[in-house]
Design a protein around this ligand. Sequence first.
Ligand SMILES: Cc1cc2nc3c(=O)[nH]c(=O)nc-3n(C[C@H](O)[C@H](O)[C@H](O)COP(=O)(O)OP(=O)(O)OC[C@H]3O[C@@H](n4cnc5c(N)ncnc54)[C@H](O)[C@@H]3O)c2cc1C
Length: 410
Amino acid sequence: MATTTTTARPLLAGLDPTLLELPFYEPQHADLAAQVTAWTANRAGLWRRPAPYPPSELGRLVLRDLGESGLLAFLDPDGGRADGGDLRSLCLAREALAYADDIADYAFSIQALAATPILRHGTTAQRRRHLPGMAAGEVQAAFAVSEPGAGSDLAAVTTRADADGADWILDGTKAWIANAGTADLYAVLARTGQNTGALGLSMFLVPATTPGVRVEPVDVLAPRAFAHVHLNGVRLPGDALLGRPGGGFPIAVEVLDLFRMTVGGAAVGFARRATHAALGHSRRRQIYGGRLADLGTVRATLADMEVQLTAAALLVARAAWEADRGTRPARHSATAKLYATEAAQRIVDDCVQLFGAAGLVADSVPERLYRQIRSLRIYEGASEVQRAVIADSLDARRAERSSAVFDRPA
Ligand SMILES: Cc1cc2nc3c(=O)[nH]c(=O)nc-3n(C[C@H](O)[C@H](O)[C@H](O)COP(=O)(O)OP(=O)(O)OC[C@H]3O[C@@H](n4cnc5c(N)ncnc54)[C@H](O)[C@@H]3O)c2cc1C
């Protein structure tokens, strides 16, 4: 007679181990999940409240720790430890880190975002110069493409990069830049040619200590290292150019297409934290002589939270799996970001509601999540931009399908 054995699932705080058993994932993803969740669990002191360090200091500290723990090694494949650089790993890592703490996710994700253009388009010399320090968590980087007049409409960038002999001179302002002020290196999108729009934009690597770089800090809803970066006559050597002249826009779009699904991963992490907090509170809270969790409408809210959370996690997993098997990422990435960030916003709002007044107390888990989740529907493309990307992809697919039907040889 066959015997059934049950394998104990690992305790992965912040992740759903049953999702990891789906065919989207491979054994190395379960290993990574265990590694990241153990890392966050062992650093509970860093996530306690009141926070032990100001956000920008915590960001650098966490980055260094991530580097020392090998969790950023994938940023330097030339260093021989390429594990974890696929999109499924990136999304899972963000999910687990966001569950633990906003700044942990921020430190990890911005470093990966800024390293990716160097990884994919850097020369051997550029990779050797920048990636080992970034993978070690010693060098912090930032991805500076937005401007006061160019956010959703990235092709409207006006920062100029003019050739001066073999050098480049940069002038302009980059706006809303994550890690600005604490970063050592900026990947900057600037206009090199006379062309307007997406043509004529190039990417440059700008060390933060270069004369002419000035940072203007910006305080936001969820405190973090965040600033505008002013570039005034910033002189860079010729080899600061990343990729080819005029090739900056496709680099920026490629990076954003890939990273949008990881924003979805972070949203799932925040939403899972909210779902767990809401469930725990509803079970503990005594009301009308029983538990809050036993009221019919509360049970319905908890069920809706769970369904949205699972749907979001599955869309992120699908997007990452598609990207890892070589599917063009734009549509799935936009779908995952749009749904996961919008669902996470609703889930966090429900969490606050179930806590009642206690959910509004400064620095409580619901209050913190409420502030932290908001920006995800804006950065790396607002929800409306994701809808436009998805709608465009439908047009392209419809055109492909109709031509497949009607253009068949008779
Ligand atoms: C927390 C945070 C971190 C960020 N980090 C970085 C970073 O590291 N590097 C960087 O370069 N930038 C960064 N940004 C900037 C971010 O990418 C931009 O804020 C974003 O692209 C939106 O641009 P915008 O703020 O100029 O808004 P706008 O482009 O002015 O858009 C405002 C609103 O208009 C609407 N809208 C825009 N386009 C459309 C459309 N096609 N259809 C319908 N409605 C539309 C949307 O509601 C949108 O929210 C960050 C922003 C935030 C909030």
